[in-house]
Design a protein around this ligand. Structure first.
Ligand SMILES: [Zn+2]
Length: 310
């Protein structure tokens, strides 16, 4: 998912625009009947996921985005409330270069929507700048390291190597999907920044003090709660796996002292643990047919009784 931006509304679509728009309409529209605007879909700058498109990829996306729709992330979503991209072009931004030193190239699109009663609010939201950001997504065939050009390597995304930031270059776009408008909170100007910034603060920490807005504090709190909940489930899962390993290994390898297994499972990662549980369960099933409630108990195991019905 990448972010784009509406750059401007077209005063009144010109003749050429109308020709292109009317390719997508059932009947020929008059300039006054449509609302057209242009937006930047993406560019070749390294984004906050430490990914970038090559200029060749942008060129391919230019073709793929033509005719795609932009939907408005709105409660009253209806078929009419979509804009259609009718024109795309690559634009070299004069005098601006990307972090990698290339000339900044943007994929700019023009989209239209019919001026209907139902679209009036949307048009106003775009005009007022509230609907400004779009998220676009596409599928690419492969990505290579921006430093060494390999598909898999040791370079860690986001890390700097001799002043060059490791990132992925997205190559060979296969498809472009619809883009959707993201409403920007109205109080953005009053110090509220996008949640992406929160992500950055959480991931990389910050140099020096950070001022957080109320909504950011709330967001961090909510994330924390969600993570705690996940952690709780994770621990429960882990305990179950540990129990399973101990139970099945006692059947599969009765001679293995329990305390050895107990200290072994403690150091295992969750995936290893799951694999071990699976392996021991299978060999336990071979050793004796397991019924659901059948489990060896520690006390019984010590006495040499392996089967115990609880
Ligand atoms: Zn590399």
């Amino acid at each position: 998912m990448k972010e784009g931006l509406v750059i401007k509304a077209l005063e009144l679509p010109g003749e050429e625009d109308m020709r292109e728009i009317n390719r997508y309409t059932r009947r020929a529209y008059e300039p006054g009947e449509v609302y057209a605007f242009s937006l930047v879909l993406c560019d070749n700058e390294i984004d906050r996921d430490f990914e970038r498109f090559s200029v060749e990829s942008l060129e391919r996306l230019r073709e793929l985005f033509l005719g795609r729709t932009c939907i408005f992330d709105h409660e009253r979503k209806s078929a009419n409330q979509t804009a259609r991209i009718y024109h795309t072009e690559l634009e070299r931004v004069d005098g601006e270069t990307t972090q990698t030193g290339e000339g900044l190239t943007r994929l700019v699109a023009r989209a239209y929507l019919p001026r209907t009663q139902g679209n009036r609010e949307i048009v106003e939201l775009i005009e007022s700048g509230i609907l400004k950001e779009v998220s676009v997504s596409c599928a690419v065939k492969r990505g290579v390291c921006g430093i060494c050009g390999k598909e898999s390597c040791e370079h860690v995304k986001g890390k700097s190597y001799g002043g060059r930031v490791a990132h992925t270059v997205l190559l060979e776009p296969l498809d472009a999907y619809e883009c959707s408008f993201v409403a920007v909170p109205a109080q953005r100007g009053a110090g509220v920044v996008k949640s992406a910034k929160v992500e950055k603060i959480l991931e990389s920490g910050a140099d020096g003090d950070v001022m957080l807005s109320k909504s950011q504090v709330k967001e961090i709190g909510e994330r924390f709660r969600r993570l705690s909940e996940k952690a709780r489930w994770g621990e429960k899962y882990r305990r179950e796996l540990e129990r399973g390993v101990l139970k099945y290994s006692a059947i599969a390898q009765p001679d293995m002292p329990r305390h050895v297994m107990e200290s072994a499972v403690k150091v295992l990662g969750i995936e290893e643990l799951a694999a071990m549980e699976n392996t021991y369960r299978r060999s336990a099933e071979k050793a004796l047919p397991l019924r659901p409630q059948l489990a060896p108990r520690r006390e019984e195991h010590r006495d040499g009784n392996r089967d115990f019905l609880i």
